[in-house]
Design a protein around this ligand. Sequence first.
Ligand code: HEM
Length: 402
Amino acid sequence: MAQSHPAHPEAVTFPFGRPSPFEPPERLASLREERPVAPMAYPDGTTGWLVTGYSAVRAILADPRFSSRRELLNVPVPFPLMQEMRHPADPGLFIRMDPPDHTRYRKPLTAQFTVRRMKQLEPRIQEITEERLAAMEKAGPPQDLVREFALPIPSLVICELLGVPYADRDEFQRSTAVLLNLESSVEDIRATIVRFGAFFLKLIEAKRADPADDLLSGLITSGDLTDQELSNIGFLLLAAGHETTANMLGLGTFALLQHPDQLAALRADPSLIDNTVEELLRYLGIIHVGPLRAALEDVEVEGQLIRAGDPVTLSLLAANRDPARFSDPDHLDITNPATGHLTFGHGLHQCLGQQLARVEMRTAFPMLFDRFPDLRLAVPADKVPMRDTMSIYGVRELPVRW
Ligand code: HEM
């Protein structure tokens, strides 16, 4: 494999393992202190950069000299999907594009994802949450909170928003799990991408013939996007929109159960919910790998020269625990103002669905803890299986009783 330049003698490797469910890899903290922009060896032998300091991560995310173009990126862990990344992103997959391509796709979508529009979805999110809680209660304890609550709620919401039949949920949940699992084989990933593509193309064709009141139909009737582009946009929104929020709900519930003082504070003052959501977003660090970028020209970041072509891995996890930006960052404190975290990214690619994710969490957490005042783990905390091979971190299962 070609190297951008000879391996750096001090290059680190990407720190992966977490010492406990809520602690980031220890190496991230020492790197942030010693060398917030550090040379890093990528699995293919290329040398690039790992950025762990808050100010450097934020600056790079805001800097157009760092590209999101898929063919320029490199993944810091042996990731099978890498095989699919060495060519430009398919039409519509704007998360891996720079302007003007990125702008062309993102602009019509921004109008669909406003705070107001997401707030309008709130009653429906409440209904969906209520249905899931009722089903859980009826089935009786113990239950896996991921399967019964954390995963279905965002899945149902995004399906509804896009107009994807919920009956197809098993198919797309299986598919996104394959794509996000760092241990999936290349064959599985290829097959999954083909299956997902076919699924969405069929859906777009059906909506073109018979448009409904949903986001995909809206894009079809208002724009000049091809079926291929629409299908890829649908795929991106679905994949980005349910695994992330699902892991926030699962891991967030685990965190609140393991921090009973915090849960008690929230119960005592429900108006703390908005800050609780922000603090959980900051503290949990569910985006384990990335975002990824590549330098388009030589750029100096905090005294470190990053050369044109170098791949860069930004650690949102490390940035959100930077004591230079947050006071007492390794503690979960729902009364601590948690504004300024980078969990939704920053700059041009800042998460399109962040308001939706916020409304879902703001609705689902209080309803869960109201419904089951005595909610508790059904297994010892150290037996909760963690998603430590996935690029989005969280709990695999969360057995609970009440
Ligand atoms: C808690 C939940 C979520 C987290 C932590 C999260 C995180 C992120 C991050 C870090 C990025 C920036 C990636 C980059 O800079 O390369 C991003 C982008 C994106 N997210 Fe989210 N996300 C969440 C929920 C959602 C939801 C619910 C949706 C959709 C409906 C969504 C759709 C997207 C899209 C389309 C992009 C690409 C934006 C662009 O490239 O302009 N996300 N998200």
